[in-house]
Design a protein. Structure first.
Length: 641
């Protein structure tokens, strides 16, 4: 994406080289035709010659650092801006578009500048100093200005969602364009600064491009894997500013303008370098840490501040893959935040869902000795699994190393201290990678991943993923997964349900209602067809060793097996008509993340549930037990619990 077609390496080449069709050499020439006077041009005896201009090696180092700061900053901006915009696939595309637009505009300007500048190396230094200022500006926008803009995201829904994307693009341009412009301008100036009269232009471009690309690779890897995880986004941005300042010093302090080609360390260069350093230090001191409220509430931060409904931040942390927070509301409830939203909480509606998800995973199989939990979250689901006496091995697979440490500190009361439980093993890995590479099988697998609109999460909802999960089940095993109805749309929910039932045709859906309205659901799939024995479940819950499980269910309003399973909503035979227009989420299209990304600002949970409930009928043959328990189940089913 760099504009090189009309670039002239150095103004001095016009005097030393002749241009084909222009014997006077006036005005310089192009890379393709310039040749040193009295020597061979490209394609003749001098082809392949490579000799940098004095100070050219420092130019290569500077452009490598420029690539490092560019890609490192893009990672940081993506982490911060996705909190304000929502971490959808559309947000990532918008941030990248703003970044590339700045690069392109800067390259065009830099190419024009390189044709007339007398000292390209010093001009490159000015660009890198501009990068320092641009980084400070981006940090201010991402952590202070944009999060406080008076924006109500819920206004951009349905047919108006495109206007929300337009506004997101404006915010990204305001934040990223200045620094990206100077990175783009740096490349053609680096070519001009490294060029010498006697060299192969192709090799010159290759060397500069290689240095820039190598730096970019290092920046893209180091920022998320090392810097953000160790230092946080605030310090990472300051480190990136230090790297850009180092580029300025390499380009400004040593002077190569004498005939020897060796650097001179004059007073003027030292003063320039000192001034640049002071300027960078002042700007670096203005960078603020990411606000806890932004980590917690993301795009709704300004609204939360306005109505005062945000609670006390008791923890804010930035991990390798995501930023998270824990807040305590005035009611005493705890919220676990990730990806700029509440992912789990100790509020009744969320505790009910998490306990349903965990206990159904172990109550329905005959002997759930080995269970895998995908995504730790607040640990409540895993905790519900862990207290089942039949469970001997519990494997929690969590991609973010910081999460288990956080929830073990703040949510242990609600998750039965699952992380410290001796039967628990925490594996830091991507759940899909773990399932594809392990030779272990499980009696049950439960999944509570990020919202499907979060970029990358859709891979844990694909048809191929559920096929892998089914293959890892022992005979009689089950898979459960949480599906949200809020911050989603009908097309996305249908896609999740249809994709799951395409792999588990005997699967079923259970509803978690809040104040009588739709909120979220639990899907359950089986290795083989399952009949749920109400007598067996109640008998198990009545044993002394199951008292903790029974109490856990009672805490969220389930006093019997009939009451728990009366939450049944739908299964495949009845759902087929409802899912007739559903789009299957596959690895080759990840359709779900695009559908869900369009409904991220919607709160139509009950409307979605009611659309599903039109096909809700009592399932013949799914439940067995004594006449009294079956009667209780049917009565509760039709009365709504």
């Amino acid at each position: 994406g760099l504009l090189l077609a009309r670039w002239t390496p150095h103004e001095s080449m016009a005097a030393e080289g002749a241009v084909e069709g222009n014997p006077e050499g006036g005005g310089g020439g192009t890379m393709e035709t310039a040749a040193p006077a009295g020597g061979a041009g490209p394609g003749e005896g001098g082809a392949g010659r490579f000799e940098l201009a004095p100070g050219g090696r420092l130019v290569l180092v500077a452009i490598a650092l420029s690539g490092m700061t560019a890609l490192g900053s893009e990672v940081v901006w993506t982490r911060l801006l996705s909190l304000s915009l929502g971490a959808t696939v559309y947000t990532f595309s918008i941030i990248l578009a703003a970044f590339l637009l700045g690069i392109g505009l800067g390259s065009a300007a830099g190419s024009a500048w390189a044709r007339s500048v007398k000292d390209a190396r010093r001009a490159l230094g000015w660009c890198q100093l501009g990068v320092v200022a641009g980084l400070a500006w981006a940090a201010y926008c991402a952590t202070e200005a944009i999060p406080h803009w008076p924006v109500d995201p819920t206004l951009a829904t349905g047919e108006y969602v495109r206007f929300g994307f337009q506004f997101d693009l404006v915010r990204c341009l305001v934040c990223a364009l200045p620094a990206a412009f100077f990175w783009g301008a740096s490349f053609p100036l680096a070519l001009a600064g490294a060029a010498s009269p006697e060299q192969d232009p192709g090799r010159l471009v290759g060397r500069v491009y290689a240095a820039n690309t190598l730096g970019a690779i290092v920046g893209a890897l180091a920022a998320p894997l090392l810097l953000i995880a160790w230092l946080g986004t605030q310090r990472t941005q300051q480190v990136l500013m230090a790297m850009a300042t180092l580029s300025v010093l390499l380009l400004w302090v040593p002077d190569f303008r004498d005939d020897t080609g060796k650097p001179r360390w004059g007073r003027a260069g030292v003063l320039r370098g000192a001034a640049a350093t002071v300027f960078a230090l002042i700007l670096a001191s203005t960078i603020q840490p990411v606000p806890g409220l932004l980590v917690a509430y993301g795009r709704y931060m300004a609204m939360r501040l306005n109505n005062g409904n945000y609670g006390e931040m008791v923890f804010v942390g930035e991990g390798m893959h995501s930023s998270m927070a824990v807040s305590r509301l005035s009611t005493g409830y705890l919220n676990y935040h990730n990806a700029g939203k509440v992912q789990a909480s100790s509020e009744p509606q969320d505790m009910r869902l998490q306990r349903m998800l965990g206990h159904m995973t172990t109550i329905i199989p005959e002997n759930p000795r080995s269970v895998m939990v995908i995504g730790c979250g607040a640990g409540v689901t895993a905790g519900a699994v862990s207290i089942d006496p039949a469970v001997e091995e519990l494997t929690i697979v969590e991609i973010e190393p910081l999460v288990p440490r956080v929830v073990s500190t703040y949510f242990s009361e609600h998750n039965f201290a699952v992380v410290q439980n001796p039967k628990t093993t925490v594996v830091t890995d991507d759940a899909r990678h773990f399932l594809l590479t392990t030779d272990r099988t499980f009696d049950a697998i439960t999944s509570d991943p990020f919202d499907p609109w979060v970029k990358g999460a859709a891979t844990l909802y694909t048809q191929e993923f559920w096929e892998v999960a089914r293959e890892r089940l022992n005979p009689g095993g089950v898979v459960t997964v949480f599906v949200q109805l809020y911050e989603s749309n009908l097309a996305a929910v249908k896609s999740e349900v249809a994709t799951f039932l395409s792999v588990f045709p005997e699967g079923m859906v259970f509803a978690n209602l809040h104040q009588g309205q739709g909120y979220d659901v639990v899907m359950l799939g089986q290795k083989e067809r399952t009949v749920i024995d109400l007598d067996r479940v109640d008998e198990r819950l009545s044993r002394p060793e199951y008292q903790e499980v029974a109490n856990s269910l009672i805490d969220v309003g389930f006093y019997s097996a009939a009451q728990l399973f009366s939450t049944f909503a739908i299964r495949k035979p009845e759902a087929d008509a409802w899912l007739a227009d559903a789009q299957i989420n596959r690895d080759r299209n990840l359709r779900l993340q695009y559908l869900a990304g369009l409904g991220v600002n919607l709160y139509e949970a009950d409307a979605i549930y009611q659309d599903m409930a039109r096909y809700r009928t009592f399932p013949p043959g799914l439940f067995t037990g004594s006449p009294d328990r079956l009667y209780e189940l049917e009565e509760r089913f039709y009365s709504g619990g």
